[in-house]
Design a protein around this ligand. Structure first.
Ligand code: HEM
Length: 459
């Protein structure tokens, strides 16, 4: 007689008395410790009224994102997520048919082929934006790392993907608005069980930020509708797009998708890259290897070309490791639609399932010395990691990040261009602490003093 499968066990429940104070003090470290202590298991976090499942094991992550993805929806996945998403409206960040239509409309702009074709334009725009730092470097004026990386990327993205139709200042205002909206949710993140009708600090800032975003994007959509130039940039493409029934898109839908893409293309990369500056100061060997490669491959004043980009192997390894150690999308929540079993553990319908690239990418059983920043993990020719989902900074399954080809390219261009022109030192030494907002960002500002490096001779 065939043996019947063992009945699913209830999840391991992390004890509230120990976990809650630790979570408030050091949320990331505590989540990693909890997951490390429960190999192969789904952990139920007992946070009082809110009891999400923490799914960290790579095979379980694959189950949720890919194998049984239909049972795990982003809709309603935690209030925190709901509110963060609402500021971006629906569109690509929603679920169901609306998401599907948006994804179909946006995907062609971000294929590997499309991104590859944009290398020269992106590189030129990044080079121009980096050059604007020259006077600060010559005058010895400090610059803010996050603001400058955001400006550089914003300038490039606005030119290349948005046909220059959004001014650099407006890109900055939208990104800042999004930043305020995301960080103003910090309080709700800590008390996710509070009804939204109960006002908490940050609510007003949140509403103001959303209004300021609308004031920029809605007029842009309307202007494109009336006098569009028929170009192939994203604004033009969305303005003339039709829905599944052949109707023109509602302006709100266009605004939602524009915001999602604008923010994703500029905000996420700058959040990740800001960690690089304090890290390199802590790790002189990594910094020396990185600088050596950039000095060898990129000449003074060069606009980085496609061929040079292909030679920046170590730069790419550093970026891959940066995404392991500081994945900007540190939390990927889902709601279980029906009862399920993950790795022998029962998951109840309606339960919140928390996936975290940050946690999985630091599990001691999958990563040797996970606390160490070691780009060699990603050296070409090294055996891959033990499981495909042991490393998933860009998510997986149907919602896999649209920017997974753009980010490495955009980030390599920024890093190579910047360090081919400048060196820096931190105004305030030390590693910043992570701040948990919608993305994993440094809590403290990272001001830098730049010095010119191998600038082309003036003629
Ligand atoms: C550091 C860079 C980035 C990281 C770590 C990152 C990470 C992620 C992750 C983890 C998801 C999955 C979310 C989920 O499953 O709920 C995602 C989705 C998404 N990302 Fe990124 N992202 C990055 C950059 C970008 C860029 C440059 C773009 C620009 C196009 C982008 C656009 C998107 C979009 C539109 C989605 C939603 C896709 C969908 O639901 O169909 N991301 N990203």
């Amino acid at each position: 007689m065939a043996e019947s499968p063992p009945s699913p066990r209830p999840p391991y429940v992390a004890p509230l008395r120990r976990t809650l104070p630790d979570l408030l003090r050091d949320p990331l470290g505590t989540l990693v410790a909890v997951a490390d202590a429960a190999p192969d298991q789904v952990v139920r976090l007992n946070l009082g009224a809110f009891r999400p499942y923490l799914v960290a094991e790579p095979a379980h992550v694959q189950h949720v994102l890919r194998d049984n993805a239909a049972n795990y929806t982003r809709a309603g996945a935690g209030r925190r997520w709901g509110r963060v998403r609402r500021q971006a409206g629906d569109g690509i960040l929603s679920v169901g048919q609306e998401w599907e239509e948006s994804r179909r409309r946006l995907q062609p702009h971000f294929t590997a082929k499309r991104i590859d074709a944009a290398v020269d334009d992106l590189s030129r725009a990044i080079s121009d934006a980096v050059d604007e730092l020259t006077s600060a470097a010559r005058d010895g004026a400090p610059v803010d790392a996050a603001a400058e990386v955001s400006r550089i990327i914003g300038q490039a993205v606005s030119r290349v993907f948005f046909g220059g139709k959004i001014s650099v200042a407006d890109v900055a205002r939208v990104v800042a608005g999004q930043d305020i909206a995301a960080t103003s949710l910090h309080y709700r993140l800590l008390v996710p069980f509070l009804p939204e009708a109960v006002p908490v600090p940050g609510d007003r800032a949140f509403r103001r930020a959303v209004r300021s975003i609308d004031e920029i994007l809605l007029p842009l959509v309307r202007a494109e509708r009336v006098g569009g130039d028929g170009g192939d940039d994203i604004v033009a493409a969305l303005a003339r797009a039709r829905d599944a029934h052949g109707n023109k898109l509602d302006e709100r839908r266009i605004r939602d998708d524009l915001l999602a893409v604008l923010v994703a293309t500029t905000e996420t990369p700058h959040v990740v890259l800001t960690w690089l500056f304090p890290l390199l100061e802590q790790l002189p060997d990594v910094a020396a290897t990185l600088y050596e490669e950039i000095d060898r491959v990129i000449g003074p004043g060069d606009v980085v070309g496609r061929e040079q980009l292909g030679q920046l192997h170590y730069t790419r390894m550093v970026l891959d490791e940066l995404l392991r150690a500081y994945p900007s999308d540190w939390l990927v929540p889902r709601t279980a639609i029906a009862d399920d079993v993950i790795g022998g553990t029962r998951i109840k319908a309606g339960g919140t399932v928390l996936l975290s690239p940050y946690v999985t990418q630091r599990l001691a059983r999958f990563w040797r010395r996970p606390e160490a920043f070691d780009p060699e993990r990603f050296a070409p020719g090294r055996p891959g990691w033990a499981h495909q989902y042991a490393y998933y900074p860009f998510g997986g399954g149907v919602h896999q990040c649209l920017g997974q080809h753009l980010f490495p390219l955009e980030a390599s261009l920024v890093v190579a261009t910047l360090f081919s022109r400048f060196r820096y030192r931190l105004c305030e030494p030390g590693m910043p602490t992570p701040r948990l907002a919608a993305s994993l960002r440094p809590r403290e500002r990272v001001p830098l003093m730049l010095t010119p490096h191998r600038q082309p001779a003036l003629v």
